[in-house]
Every structure is written in structure tokens, then in C-alpha cells.
Design a protein around this ligand. Structure first.
Ligand SMILES: C[S@@+](CC[C@H](N)C(=O)[O-])C[C@H]1O[C@@H](n2cnc3c(N)ncnc32)[C@H](O)[C@@H]1O
Length: 244
């Protein structure tokens, strides 16, 4: 089972895309089950950190079924969600049709198909660029951050939410055991697909997580770079601002 998604180059992107196509229908349910609903809170935290407000242009990369994009739109930002999986975007579009807000001036996000490593927008286009549980999936997380930086306007906020690497060795062992055993088991029970969920741990082995993302943000000369560890670093938010 190991390394099945890690063929180098294009085959890997195709495999990741197939994986999300296979689990799209159950993706939201499984997120709730596996995080005990906590992922919702962490995504709200991303939206709060973004300071999204009417007049701001926001881009949510690897948007999947749209959680973060909807959270940004609810705060009034003109939001685009981008993903390369048609099936995940279909789920986002279906949610769009039910998107209700107390304020009728709020617009639903615009969901588009595209590659986060070649974002189809010019330089300096957005005030907010977010990615949730997406950077880890890219063939190169560094070039993903370069692209986020490129399309961000001066002063824009760049925010990454993803699985992390807990600094405490004992907690890391417990957490990785959870990812190795219970997460694929829940995937198998509720989605009939253990392999897709074993992929989380597999991808984490190839992703240096929050500290390296912060280092890369500093190398890009982002200001106010911060790491917010959640659940003792099992999850993390990386935050930085493109210099004005
Ligand atoms: C784990 S899901 C995260 C979805 C959503 N952001 C969330 O937090 O629930 C990862 C998403 O990244 C997308 N993805 C992976 N690689 C991508 C790429 N190169 N370009 C665009 N989307 C990509 C997948 O299709 C999938 O929808």
C-alpha cells in the first residue's frame, strides 16, 4: 500500500486526483468523523485570520468541497475556490446552490477547475490566499507557496492549514498511530476505501510540515510569519503577509 501515490512527476497528480474523485461524495462526512468535527473550527480560524471582509478578493486553493471558500464568502470577501478535481468541485457547486446567508449581498464563491501549481490568475490579484489540507498534496509544496505568493497582492495574507508534525515525540507517536490505524479503518467503514485514508500518513512522510512552511514563508520575505499549532501540533496553521 505504501508509496502508491508517490510516483514522481505527473502520474502522482493524476493519482491524487483519482483519489479525491473516489472519496468526494463522502469527503465531508469523513472529515467530521475523523476530526470529531474539529476541522470546522480550524477552518473558521483560518477565515478569522484572513480578516476577510467586503471588498477583499480571496482565493482558496485546493478548495475541495468548499469549506474555507464558504467561510471567506460568509465574511463578505469576493471568493474564488480552485481545485483540480471535477468531483470535489461538483460537491462544492451543490453546496453553493444551498448557500444561504442572512445578508443577501453576500455572493457565493466562484468555483473553478485549475492547478494550484499553475494558478490561472495574474500576479498580485488577491488580498487573501488560503489553502486547507492541500499544500501537502502538491507535487512540490514549495512551488505551491511560490504560486500563492505570486498571485497575492502586496499586503495580502497567506494562510496554510494542514496536518502537522507534533514536536513532542510521545504525542507524535500516538498521533501517527492514529493516522496509521484508526483513520484508514474509518475510511474503510464509512467510505469503503482504506487506502485513500492511509494516504494521509503517506503524504505526511513527504511533507516537512509547519516548521518548514514557516521557513519557506520567511525565505519569501513574508511579514508577521506565525505558526499556530492546534492539538499540540497535530494540525497547524501557517500565516504570513506579503510585504506591502
Ligand atoms: C484534502 S482535500 C482538502 C479540501 C478542502 N480544502 C478542505 O480543507 O476540506 C485536498 C484537495 O486538494 C485538491 N488538489 C490536490 N492537488 C491539487 C492541485 N495540484 N491543484 C488543485 N487542486 C489540487 C484535491 O482535488 C482535493 O480536493
Amino acid at each position: 500500500m505504501s508509496n502508491v501515490f508517490y510516483a514522481p512527476g505527473e502520474p502522482r497528480a493524476a493519482k491524487v486526483s483519482d483519489l479525491f474523485a473516489a472519496i468526494a461524495r463522502r469527503y465531508d462526512l469523513l472529515n467530521d468523523l475523523q476530526s470529531f468535527g474539529l476541522h470546522r473550527r480550524w477552518k473558521c480560524r483560518v477565515a478569522a485570520l484572513s480578516a476577510a471582509a467586503p471588498g477583499a478578493r480571496a482565493l482558496d486553493l485546493c478548495c475541495g468541497t468548499g469549506d474555507i471558500a464558504f467561510a471567506l464568502a460568509r465574511r463578505g470577501a469576493e471568493t474564488t475556490g480552485l481545485d483540480f478535481s471535477e468531483k470535489m468541485l461538483e460537491m462544492a457547486q451543490a453546496r453553493s446552490r444551498k448557500f444561504r446567508t442572512p445578508n443577501s449581498e453576500l455572493r457565493t464563491p466562484n468555483f473553478i477547475e485549475g492547478d494550484a501549481q499553475q494558478i490561472p490568475f495574474p500576479d498580485n490579484s488577491f488580498d487573501i490566499v488560503t489553502v486547507g489540507y492541500g499544500l501537502r498534496n502538491l507535487a512540490s509544496w514549495e512551488s505551491g507557496l511560490d504560486e500563492m505568493f505570486r498571485v497575492a497582492r502586496p499586503g495580502a495574507r497567506l494562510i496554510v492549514l494542514d496536518f502537522g508534525r507534533p514536536p513532542n515525540a510521545l504525542w507524535r507517536k500516538i498521533y501517527f498511530t492514529h493516522l496509521k490505524i484508526s483513520v484508514p479503518l474509518i475510511g474503510w467503514l464509512f467510505c469503503g476505501n482504506a487506502q485513500a485514508y492511509a494516504y494521509i500518513l503517506e503524504s505526511l512522510k513527504h511533507y516537512p510540515a509547519q516548521l518548514a512552511v514557516a521557513e519557506k514563508m520567511r525565505a519569501l520575505k513574508l511579514a508577521n510569519v506565525r505558526v499556530i499549532n492546534l492539538l499540540g501540533g497535530a494540525m497547524a496553521i501557517n500565516y504570513g503577509e506579503k510585504p506591502a
